[in-house]
Structure formats: C-alpha cells, structure tokens
Design a protein around this ligand. Structure first.
Ligand code: OFO
Length: 180
C-alpha cells in the first residue's frame, strides 16, 4: 500500500475539522492563560475568593484544551501546541475581570457551535458527538459567569460591597465544585 493511502486510513478527521479543532485548542489554552493572569491580579489585590475561583477555572481550561488535544491525535490528526501571547496582566477593577470573562465565554461558545455545525454538515458524527460535552460545559460556564457578574449589580461595590462580592464568589466557586 502506498504511503499516502496508509496515512489516509489512519486518520478519520477532515483537514478542515482538524484546523478548527486546533484553533479551539489555542482558544482553550488562551483561556487558561487569561484566567491565570486574572487570578494573579485578584490574588495581588487581596480578592482571595475570586483568585481561587480563577485559579481553578484556569486549570479547567487547560483540561478542556487537553481533551481536544488527545482527540485530534487519536483521530490521526496532529495537535498543535499553541503559542500563547498577548495575555493581559492588569485590570481596572474586579468588575471588569468578570465582564471580560463573560465576554470571552460567549466567544468560546460561538466557536464551539461553529465546530459542531461544521462536524454535522461534514457528517463527522464522531466529532459531533465528542463536542457535545463542550456544548453542555459552555452553557454551564456562561451561566456561572452571568451569576458572578450579577453580584456586582445586586450587592453594589460601595463600602464593604467588594468584600461581600468576594465572599459570594467563594460560595459560587464551592457550588461549582459540587456541580450545583
Ligand atoms: Fe473552555 O470553556 Fe471557558 O473558555
């Protein structure tokens, strides 16, 4: 059998799908770095619960990246370790951090939906099925991000407001860890 035929037999991913999945790997890697940087800023500012929430979130994003990484290689493709650049290190406020998280998660959801749509159209039902985990995960991530941001409107940032918001972020983090 010719080399090209063997390579074709080994892979079940279309090149287009592989490219989209590699872009998603980069996006999840960027999310992990972005949230780690936010965690560091929160830690430095003394928002300890927000920092813990974001350290955990950063780890989860790396796990999201690795799941796709393994999938692409197992399907005979080539996972690319992304270059992570342009990570912001300073933020204007705790509220801004959580606004940026929600904005970012909405972009991630769109990107996931695009992969699912592409897989369905290409009749790549393995990738379609694999990506369902991400569809559910994104719904949860967006809900969590919205709940976190709502705290700023409900509690207000004056007086002990920011301290209280940080405490409530700790509770949200604990609930998320329990899967509530
Ligand atoms: Fe990986 O879900 Fe957030 O970005």
């Amino acid at each position: 059998m010719k080399q090209k035929e063997i390579v074709t037999l080994k892979r079940s991913l279309l090149q287009d799908t592989e490219n989209l999945l590699n872009e998603q790997i980069a996006m999840e890697g960027k999310s992990s770095a972005y949230y780690l940087s936010m965690a560091s800023w929160c830690h430095m500012m003394g928002y300890m619960n927000a920092a813990q929430y974001l350290y955990t979130h950063s780890d989860e994003e790396r796990m999201h990246m690795m799941k796709i990484f393994q999938y692409v290689n197992e399907a005979g493709g080539h996972s690319i370790q992304p270059e992570i650049t342009g990570v912001r290190h300073h933020f204007n406020s705790l509220r801004e951090v959580f606004e940026l998280i929600l904005e970012h998660e909405i972009k991630v959801t769109k990107s996931i939906n695009n992969i699912v749509d592409n897989a369905f159209k290409a009749k790549d039902f393995a990738t379609f099925s694999f990506m369902q985990w991400y569809v559910t995960e994104q719904r949860e991530e967006e809900t969590m991000s919205r709940r976190a941001l709502e705290l700023f409107d409900i509690i207000g940032e004056e007086g002990i407001g920011l301290w209280t918001i940080d405490q409530e972020l700790g509770k949200l983090h604990a609930q998320a860890a329990k899967g509530e």
